[in-house]
Design a protein around this ligand. Sequence first.
Ligand code: ATP
Ligand code: MG
Length: 659
Amino acid sequence: MSVVGFDIGNLQSVIAVARNRGIDIVANEVSNRATPTMISFGDKQRYIGESAKNQEMSNFKNTVNAIKRLIGRSFSEPEVQETESQFIGCKLVDANGEVGIEVKYHGKPTVFSATQLYAMYLGKLRDTTSKELGGVISDVVISVPGWYTDRQRRAVQQASKIAGLNCLRVLNDSTAAALGYGITKTDLPEDSPRNVVFVDLGHSSFTVSVVAFKKGELKVKSVAYDRGVGGRNFDKALLDHFVQVFNDKYKLDIRSNNKAQVRLLAACEKLKKVLSANSQAPITVENLMNDVDANAMYSRDEFVELIEPLLQRLEKPIQKAIADANLSSDEIHSIELVGGSIRIPAVKQRLTEFFGRELSYTLNQDEAVARGCALQCAIASPVFRVRDFAVNDITAHPIRFKWEAIAGSDDDTSLDVFSHNNGIPSTKMLTFYRKQPFAIEAEYSDPTHLPQGTNAWISRFDIQNVEPQENGDLATIKVKARLDLSGVLAVTGAYTVEEVEVEEPVPQAEPKEGEEPKEPEMRKVKKLMKKADLPVVQASQCLDSATLAELAKQEREMHAADELVNATEVAKNALEEYIYETRSKVEGEYSAFIEPAEKTQFLSQLNAAEDWLYDEGEDTTRDAYVDKVSGLKATSDPAAERFREDKERPKAARELREA
Ligand code: ATP
Ligand code: MG
C-alpha cells in the first residue's frame, strides 16, 4: 500500500511519498521535481505533463492548462468566460453542465469535461509514482485551494475515481503546508498555542492562513484569499506591456497571431524570473512574427511599477486573515512563505511591510504542500507509522439549510448550519417536526465570497418514509448534517425519535462515613429515544455513478491507447537501432562467422528493412516492428552465437590450463 500526496498546482504539480521513515519528492521522467499541469492532444495520442509542455508552442489550440481553475465549474460562470479563457489556448465549451474543452484528438473534434482532464492528469502522476515505487498505487491525499466549493471538491474525488485512485482526503493547500511545518516541530507548546501565518503566492492565487499549533495538533483559525493574484497575472501584465512595446517598435500586431502571443508569454515568464535575481534583463524572441527578432531591455523597477496594482492587492487578505483570527501582531510567532512567486523581491518587500515584521523561510516553498499531503496520507494510512497529528481545518463558505414550512405554521424555513470558518470535520444535529416526507436544500449563504456566477446551491436531501405518530401528532425527526474531512457536505443520517418513559435511579448524595448506603430509589422520567432510521436521498452537483463508471472506462481505454503508441515508438526505435548496430557488426566483428554469400544477402535485407522503415514502415503497428526484428535475427543470431563461442574458446582453454 502506498502513501502518496499530490500538490496539484495551477502551473506545476508535485508528488510526495512516505517511505523509509521520511517523506520523499518523486522526480518525473526527465528528473524534474515538479511536473507541468498541462495536457496536449495529438492525432495519435495525449501528451501529459512534460511532454505536453513540449507541445505547447506548436499545438497550443489543443493544449490545456489551468485545469485547477476549471474543475467543478460551469461554462457560463463569468470568471470562467472572462478570466480563465484569457489564460487558456484551447476552446472552452459546455460539457454536460461542467466547463470543458473542445480539442482535436485522433483527428476529430472532441469534448472533454474539466473533471475528465483532471483525471487524465492524476493518471499521469499516478504512473510517475508507481514507476518510482514499483507497484500499483491507490491511496492519495490531494491538495486544493481552500476556496473550492462542495462541487469542486466532489469533482476532485470523482476525478480520482476515474483515475483509479482512492482519495483519502481533499486537503486545503495552506493546511497541508501547516501540517508539514507542525509535525516536524518538537518544541510545540502544551497549552497556549503558537500562532503561525502561512502565505502562499503561487501561479494563480494568493492565500493567507493563520494556524494555531499545540503539541500534536493544529487548528486553522482563519484563511483569506485573492483568487486573482499570482504569477500568471504578473506574466500577463508583462505580456500586455510588450505587445504594446513591440507593436510600436516593429509594427507587429501580435494579438492577431496566437502563436506569437504564446511565445511572447513564455519569454515574459522567463524575464520575470531573471528579474528576481537581476536589476535589469533583456527580453528576446527570435522570429516573433513576420521574420522580426524582437528584443528590448527591461528593469526590475519598471516591472515593479507595472505590477504595482497587483502588489497592492496582497494587503487585503493579510488584514482579513489577521482580523478573523483575532490576534495582535505580538501574538504571531512567525510568517512562513510558500509558492513560487514569493521569489519576487518586491513581493517579499511588500509582505514585510504589510506584516510589519521579518518573514521566515523555514519551509521548502515549492514542496511544502505536497509533503503535507503525503504526511496526511501517512496519518490516515495503517501501513505507515507516523506521529499522530490532529488537523482541524475550517470551511471558507458558510452553509444554510432551507425547507418548506408545513402549511399554516410560522416556523423558520432556514437555518445557518455551518458558519464562516466553521471547523471541518463537523457534525450538526437538526430537529424537524413533520407528518410527511420532506426536502432540505443546502446552499451557500454568502455567495459574495464565491466566484461570481457560481451556483450557490449545494445539495438537496429528501428525507423519506416520514409518517405521523400513532396518535396523529407530528413526528420528531433528527437530521445529522456533516461537513467531512474533505469539506464535502452530506446528511449522514435521519431518524425519528419518540418520548418514552424510562425508570432510572434517583441520584443520591455519597453516604457519610459510617453510614450504610441507602437502597437506590427509582423514578420515572421522559426521554427522547431513537425510534427508526429514515432513508435520505441526496442530489448534488456531481456525476451519477453510471456516468462515472463510463468515464473511468473511457479513461482506461485512452490510457491503453497511449501506452500502445509509446510501445510502438519503442519497438520502432528498437528496429532502427538493430539495423544500424547489426550492419556495422556484420561488416566488422561477425564478418568471419558468416558465409560471404549469406552476408551479402543479409546486408541487402538490412538495407531493405531500412528503406521500409522510412517508407511504409514509417507509421505501422508495434507487432510489425517486432516481427521485422525477429525475421532479421534469424540470420544475425547464429552469426553472433558463433562469434561469442569463438571468443569464449580461448578463455575456456585458459581456464582449463589454470585449473
Ligand atoms: P497555484 O498554487 O497558484 O495553483 P502553483 O502551485 O503551480 O500554482 P507555484 O509552483 O507555487 O504555483 O509557483 C509558480 C509561479 O511562481 C509561476 O508563476 C512562476 O513563474 C513563479 N516563479 C517561479 N520562480 C520564480 C522566480 N524566480 N521569480 C519570479 N517568479 C517565479
Ligand atoms: Mg501551489
